[in-house]
Design a protein around this ligand. Sequence first.
Ligand code: PHE
Ligand code: FE
Length: 288
Amino acid sequence: MPVNDPVVAEQTPAADHTIDQCWDRYSEEEHGVWNTLYDRQMKVLKGRAAPEHFKGLELLNLNDGGIPDFRKVNEKLYALTGWQVVTVHGLIPNDVFFNHLANRRFVSGRFIRDADKLDYLPEPDIFHDVFGHVPLLTLPAFADYMQAYGQGGEKAMKVDMIENLTRLYWYTVEFGLINTPEGRRIYGAGIVSSQSESRFCLEGRSPNRIHFDLERIMRTDYRYDDFQQTYFVIDSYEELMESTANVDFGPIYERLKGLPDYKASEVLPSDKVYHEGTQEYAKAGGLE
Ligand code: PHE
Ligand code: FE
């Protein structure tokens, strides 16, 4: 739990782990951090983020001045796709997370990073959660994908395959790229909310860029605390939906149980490769 947010610390969460956002209690400084990050990201995301991301930011009016008030965001979001944003303490158990998604509730932290540490994030803050994730929830195909993922999580828990399913989330929801007529773009929230990775993932020589492949992704390790070594690219949100929600993962999980994992940097003969990375960034030691 973030120690720097007393409004979080003083609350006892409900059974579903939610707390109140207490929007009226954000300080001017906290609102200022949102504005700074928002402006900074809009500059770097121009020509890099997927058009649906910008559209979502606009539809939800996430640039209203300061940290968004979930009461206002939810009015708009619910009308569009039936989704809502709820506040939680911090990291929550998998089953609680899946249950929220399956019921079209996206969980967000309340706290925002410190003004003097804009690039340092020990755990996801409200800027990552809201600026990064929530805009795409205005898009019906993606909204459906997220709900299906939540339902899939409940199923994966029963057969002890959470790690494999988490990789799918990681390489799509957090770090996904998409081909558009204007070029390759970012839709993953982990990238969209990061100034440096926004450039690295698209223009960097270091990482691989490979076409989306469900089973391959479910076998691939990822970097938890540094830039990814591989990014997976979809052609459309419909492709993502069709190759996941419309597929029964049961037999895939069975198959995967006997198979070894791939390293985060690996390129396979079966991959449709857009760019084979030099991995020079990771080889030099990554973030230090
Ligand atoms: N179809 C998957 C299953 O059978 C569930 C799922 C849907 C997982 C969408 C991820 C994304 O388990
Ligand atoms: Fe996230």
